[in-house]
Design a protein around this ligand. Structure first.
Ligand code: ADP
Ligand code: MG
Length: 301
C-alpha cells in the first residue's frame, strides 16, 4: 500500500502502533516514511520518541535502513501548494512570510487539513533514484481530533476553491490514491473498554462513509487472560459477591476485553490484538523493547 493512516482517540496507542507498523514494513524490505501530523509550536515529537529519533523535522530524517520519519505540518503543505500555483518559489516564500496570509490559510475551513494532505501527497509522489518512488509506503500517525475524516472530506471543499490547472490535477491524482482501497487504508486503534470501542465503531463508520478503506482494527493493551472460558465465568461470578478481593480488577478487565472483542468483529476489517505490556512509562529505555523488530518484553515485578 502507498499510505496507511493510523487513527483513533488520544492515548489508545496510535503512535506506538504507527512506529511498529513502520518498522515491520521496512523490515520486509520496503522503503517506509513514518509521518506524524505536527501542530505549530509542538516541542516534542511523540513518534520521534517512539522511533528513537531526536532530530525529527519537516524534512525526512533517517531512522534505520529503509525507514525515515517526517513531521507533517500544514504550513509546508501550503508552501508547496503555493509553490505549484505561483510561478516562482520566491513568491510562495514571500506569501508564506505574510502573517495575514498565514493566518488566513490556517483558519479558513479545510485549509489546515488541505495543507497536511498536500504535504502527504507531495511526499508520496517524491521520486528516488530513477523513476521509482522514494518511499513505497507512508505510515501516518493522525491526530486524535477527527483529522482522518477531515482528510477524506477534502475533495468537495478543495475543488470548489481551487482554480483549474496542474495543481488541481495533482490533488485529484492524490485523492484517487487516497480513495483506492489497494493503495490507501486506515487502521483504527482502540482499547478493550466499552467507551473506546463505541468511539472506534463510529470512527470506522465515518472512515468508510468518506471513501477510505478500513484495513484493520488494532485492539491494544489486551490484558493477559490465564483462564479458560469456564474458569473465567466461575472466577467472575465469585468476584460479584466479593468485589474488593485481590484480582477482581484484572478479572473485570478480562471480561470487558472479551466484550470489546465481540463488538469489534464482523465490521469488514481484520482485528489484531496487542497485549498490555509490562512497561515503564517514565523509563525511555523501555520503549525500544516494545518497538524493536525482535522485541522481548521486560519482566515485571
Ligand atoms: N500495548 C501496550 N502496553 C503497555 N503500554 C502501552 C501499550 N501501547 C501503548 N502503551 C503506552 O500508552 C501510552 C499511550 O500510547 P501512544 O502510542 O502515545 O498513544 P496515542 O498516540 O494514541 O496517544 C504510551 O505511554 C505508550 O507507551
Ligand atoms: Mg500519539
Amino acid at each position: 500500500m502507498r499510505a496507511i493512516l493510523v487513527t483513533g482517540k488520544g492515548g489508545v496507542g496510535k503512535t506506538t502502533v504507527t512506529a511498529a507498523i513502520a518498522r515491520a514494513i521496512s523490515a520486509s524490505g520496503k522503503r517506509v516514511l513514518a509521518g506524524e501530523v505536527a501542530a505549530v509550536g509542538d516541542s516534542v515529537s511523540p513518534l520521534g520518541l517512539a522511533l528513537g529519533v531526536s532530530n525529527a523535522g519537516l524534512s525526512p530524517v533517517p531512522v534505520a535502513e529503509g525507514l525515515d520519519m517526517v513531521l507533517l505540518d500544514s504550513a509546508s503543505g501550503h508552501r508547496a501548494f503555493l509553490g505549484d500555483v505561483l510561478p516562482l518559489r520566491m513568491l510562495a516564500d514571500a506569501a508564506m512570510s505574510s502573517e495575514a496570509i498565514r493566518r488566513f490559510l490556517s483558519t479558513a475551513p479545510a485549509f489546515p487539513e488541505m495543507g497536511t494532505l498536500y504535504r502527504m501527497l507531495e511526499l508520496m509522489r517524491l521520486r528516488g533514484k530513477g523513476q521509482a518512488y522514494a518511499y513505497d509506503t507512508l505510515v501516518i500517525d493522525l491526530p486524535a481530533t477527527g483529522h482522518a475524516l477531515a482528510l477524506a472530506q477534502i475533495p468537495g471543499a478543495l475543488l470548489e476553491i481551487l482554480p483549474g490547472g496542474p495543481i488541481v490535477d495533482a490533488v485529484k491524482e492524490g485523492l484517487v490514491t487516497l480513495h483506492d482501497p489497494e493503495k490507501t487504508g486506515a487502521i483504527v486503534v482502540t482499547l478493550p473498554e466499552a467507551l473506546p470501542v463505541s468511539e472506534s465503531l463510529e470512527l470506522l463508520d465515518g472512515i468508510v462513509k468518506h471513501g477510505i478503506a478500513a484495513r484493520g482494527i488494532v485492539l491494544n493493551r489486551v490484558p493477559t487472560n490465564p483462564f479458560t472460558a469456564a474458569e473465567l465465568d466461575a472466577v467472575a461470578a465469585h468476584f460479584e459477591s466479593a468485589p474488593s478481593l485481590l484480582g477482581s480488577r484484572h478479572t473485570g478487565r478480562i471480561v470487558r476485553a472479551n466484550e470489546a472483542r465481540a463488538r469489534l468483529v464482523g465490521h469488514g476489517a481484520p482485528l489484531l490484538e496487542l497485549p498490555e505490556l509490562p512497561f515503564d512509562d517514565h523509563d525511555p529505555a523501555s520503549h525500544p523493547s516494545l518497538l524493536a523488530p525482535h522485541f522481548s518484553p521486560r519482566s515485571s515485578t
